[in-house]
Design a protein around this ligand. Structure first.
Ligand code: DSN
Length: 471
């Protein structure tokens, strides 16, 4: 038996001795993932080495603080793990400083926002705070400062144009820390209108401009965004969570690489980057001291086992094969977009430059919610998403977001993407909305069964985790 099969079989055997239902759920998740056409743009399949690096006693160690300066004794191995992970992250992205402790993208963004506030907010209008550092204030002073924070402004991409909740929206803490205003897309092109963004920035004068997205199908000109930030004295932050793999794989270079243009960059490690679930922050020396305060300022103790897995993923992404993978993600996304467009499916912005395609399902008479469920009934896993100026809001939506990082990891290519476009079109065209409902619909079960079978057949030639046989 090979090493991967033996490792996962043994792990499940040990888990099973305590709680068989958990062992079964873990094994079933592999079966389900093997059988489904995973087109969720934010998901991927981490390598066995990444997965195995997480399942061990590094998980048992507390290590609040930073490398070599911990609040706990005995952190020498965590120091090694974190040093190796940061070294790989710096090399991979060409960044001066990397912080790999954030547990998620939301945590990475919080660390970055805090670092920007701590760096920028001098509160000169409250005389007593003059020359004080925000990190040195007592509780009463904090209370005064909280009011003052209400005046800080963030300019981020609007949710319906593809921005993320953590870019200043009310349901998220970022929307409570900052006054937010949005930039969007040109309704004619579906692409960012940089002149409008500049005009909004000049009028609003934000402390922070956030670039990056979770549902925008185009590349972003970060050089132009930095110029705008400089014109208004804003700190320019980029959240590259979705497209970090395309930056790592050198698909996004020059004006489209955020690292040389942004003051600070955040990411997740599990989307197109194909690592463990987690986050990271990259920056220059100006912000690194503040970023280092992420734990304990906004984070709990670092997850050493996940940092170990991040180190493995960064090392994997430094291999030449990762650049080939990243290029194929985009080639597949463009093939999928072309296949859909050729069949008359309307796409936001007309196509894609990255790993995702945003389908406008309105012409089919459907909401995103109906389309998402009808596709799922047919073995195609996607998620509904708002489109620009969405008449159905953020819950029902009028869009379906599809992404290619996961299926590209499985080895599917442009030919298969065209076949998938056919399956998606078939389901959308054959789904009928129920009268007066934004959620109900009818779809012939024979048709969804047929599509489901075709999806499974399509995957049969591309086994998921071929080295893992659970017996
Ligand atoms: N949940 C992620 C996504 O699907 O894009 C973003 O946080």
């Amino acid at each position: 038996m090979n090493a991967e099969s033996s490792a996962f079989r043994s792990a499940l055997e040990v888990v099973r001795t305590i709680e068989p239902r958990i062992a079964d759920a873990i094994a079933k998740e592999l079966t389900d993932q093997r059988e489904s056409l995973k087109l969720i743009a934010s998901e991927n399949y981490a390598s066995p080495a990444v997965l195995l690096a997480m399942g061990n006693w590094l998980s048992d160690k507390y290590a609040e603080g930073t490398i070599g300066r911990r609040f706990y004794a005995g952190c020498q191995n965590v120091d090694t793990v974190e040093s190796v992970a940061t070294e790989h992250a710096r090399e991979l992205f060409g960044a001066q400083y990397a912080y790999v402790q954030p547990h998620s993208g939301i945590d990475a963004n919080l660390v970055a926002y805090w670092a920007i506030l701590a760096d920028r907010v001098e509160v000169p209008y409250l005389k007593k705070f003059e020359k004080r550092q925000v990190n040195d204030l007592n509780d009463a002073e904090w209370a005064e400062l909280r009011a003052a924070f209400g005046n800080q402004r963030m300019l981020g991409m609007s949710l319906d144009a593809g921005g993320h909740l953590t870019h200043g929206f009310r349901p998220n803490i970022s929307g409570k820390m900052f006054d937010q205003r949005s930039y969007g897309v040109d309704p004619a092109t579906g692409q960012i209108d940089y002149d409008a963004l500049r005009a909004t920035a000049k009028e609003f004068k934000p402390l922070v401009i956030v670039g990056g997205y979770s549902a925008y199908p185009r590349k972003v000109n970060f050089r132009t965004m930095r110029e705008i930030a400089d014109e208004v004295g804003a700190t320019f932050m980029v959240d590259m969570a979705h497209f970090a793999g395309l930056v790592a794989g050198k698909v996004f270079t020059g004006d489209f690489d955020p690292i040389p243009h942004a003051h600070i960059v955040t990411t997740t490690t599990h989307k197109s980057l194909r690592g463990p679930r987690g986050g990271a922050v990259l920056c220059g020396p100006e912000l690194s001291d503040q970023v280092d305060r992420g734990c304990p300022m906004v984070l709990g103790g670092p997850l050493a086992h996940v940092m170990a897995a991040k180190a493995i993923a960064f090392a994997e992404a430094r291999q030449p094969s990762f650049a080939t993978y990243a290029q194929q993600i985009v080639a597949n996304s463009q093939a999928l977009a072309e296949g859909l467009a050729r069949r008359g499916v309307q796409l936001v912005s007309g196509g894609t430059d990255n790993h995702l395609v945003l389908i406008d399902v309105h012409p089919f008479g459907l909401t995103g919610r109906q389309a998402e469920q009808a596709l799922l009934d047919s073995g195609i896993v996607t998620n509904r998403n708002a489109i620009p100026q969405d008449p159905n809001g953020a819950w029902y939506t009028s869009g379906i977001r599809v992404g290619t990082p996961a299926l590209t990891s499985r080895g599917l290519g442009t030919t298969e993407m065209d076949q998938i476009a056919e399956l998606i079109h078939t389901v959308l065209a054959q789904t009928t909305p129920a009268e007066g409902s934004k959620a109900k619909y009818t779809l012939d079960p024979a048709l969804s069964d047929r599509v489901s079978k075709q999806a499974t057949e399509l995957l049969a030639d591309y086994p998921l985790y071929p080295s893992v046989d659970l017996g």
